[in-house]
Design a protein around this ligand. Structure first.
Ligand code: ZN
Length: 357
């Protein structure tokens, strides 16, 4: 449908791509931008010409990404205003100017207002592509001015095909697990397959399920108990992976900028390491991944299966208890990013999950 509209030059000026995380919303947005800007294959995009390559690399001047900034995680009014000003005299180099808002629910009242007029009635050649996982969270004024395109989940076979192409050196066993966990989202499957902390997080989930079933004795079993041992092992794995990635990035930078920078990068890296160990961001990340995996485990149950392999079977839970637990996990995910004390929140949640069973 989109390809036909593109080829006819009738692509809607404000598309809202809606779908779960990792489903390919940003990839589709880049593809549409190629179609709008490519001169080798106009109305379709070739994916290989200089224009397409710049679009795909995120460096084309006629494609602007509006993303959240700062601690509030919102698109600022300054960024929105700058975009609004640009679109008034766009397009520049090509014959289209594409503004990708990722995600659309990061627009607040003021930044949303700054773009409202442009979204409603953009100049010829100006296209807004808004990405959203949850349409309910998008400002109604923006929502009502855009055309929603819902992206469904892919079949497991398709996810497996994409994963095999992108993460070929990952063992088939791990690939299967990632496909199962990803629930039709290729981006999530790739992320999981490459995640060095996946095994640790699955061990943590096993311990967390046991602790929630056993109650306070295991939940408050102390740092040396199986639950919190598994938790810190996962956190350390995440911290180590991040330190590795930073070291690699520093090395790559050093290769470009020469030895002097390399020394300072090494120093900075060493100085960061002790702090990185228990950084709240890592605790939150692990807690979030735990809730995500737990949710998937329970969803397997709602599909009539017994849950993820290697975990206590979820089919001992009644359907009502499964729904209650899913709601508790959803609340946990919504709170974990803002909560100062991740451990306390997790303890409370595990107690609640135990009661809900
Ligand atoms: Zn091209």
């Amino acid at each position: 449908m989109l390809a036909r509209a593109l080829a006819r030059g009738q692509l809607h000026h404000a598309l809202m791509l809606v779908g779960p995380r990792g489903i390919g919303k940003a990839t589709l947005a880049r593809g549409l931008a190629c179609g709008l800007l490519c001169t080798a294959a106009p109305g379709r995009g070739c994916g290989v010409c200089g224009i397409c390559q710049r679009v795909l690399a995120g460096t084309h001047p006629d494609v602007d990404w509006l993303r959240p900034e700062g601690a509030a995680g919102q698109i600022t009014i300054d960024a929105a205003r700058a975009c609004h000003l640009r679109q008034q005299s766009a397009p520049y180099e090509g014959h289209a100017y594409v503004i990708i808002i990722d995600p659309a629910d990061a627009l607040n009242d003021s930044s949303g207002n700054a773009l409202l007029k442009a979204v409603e009635e953009p100049r010829p050649g100006v296209h807004f592509i808004l990405l959203a996982t949850n349409m309910q969270a998008v400002l109604p004024t923006i929502l009502s001015r855009s055309l929603p395109i819902r992206l469904g989940r892919l079949a497991d076979d398709d996810v497996a095909g994409i994963l095999a192409a992108r993460a070929a050196d990952i063992s088939p066993e791990r690939q299967r697990m990632a496909v199962l966990l990803a629930e039709g989202s290729a981006g999530v499957a790739i992320e999981l397959a490459l995640d060095p902390a996946l095994d640790r997080c699955l061990t943590l989930l096993r311990e967390a399920i046991r602790a929630s079933a056993a109650g306070p004795s295991l939940i408050f079993g102390g740092d040396k108990g199986p639950l919190w041992t598994a938790f810190s092992a996962a956190v350390q794995e995440v911290a180590a992976a991040e330190a590795d990635a930073q070291a690699q990035a520093a090395e790559a930078q050093a290769a470009v900028t020469g030895k002097k920078k390399r020394q300072s990068a090494d120093k900075a890296d060493k100085a960061d390491k002790p702090k990185a160990k228990d950084a709240p961001a890592h605790l939150r990340w692990v807690a979030g991944r735990l809730a995500e995996l737990w949710t998937l485990h329970l969803r397997e149950r709602t599909r009539g299966r017994s849950g993820l392999p290697g975990l206590p079977p979820a089919d001992r839970l009644s359907p009502a208890a499964t729904v209650r637990q899913l709601a508790i996990l959803q609340r946990f995910v919504a709170r974990v990013d803002r909560n100062a004390n991740v451990r306390l929140l997790l303890e409370e949640t595990l107690l609640e999950l135990g009661d809900a069973a």
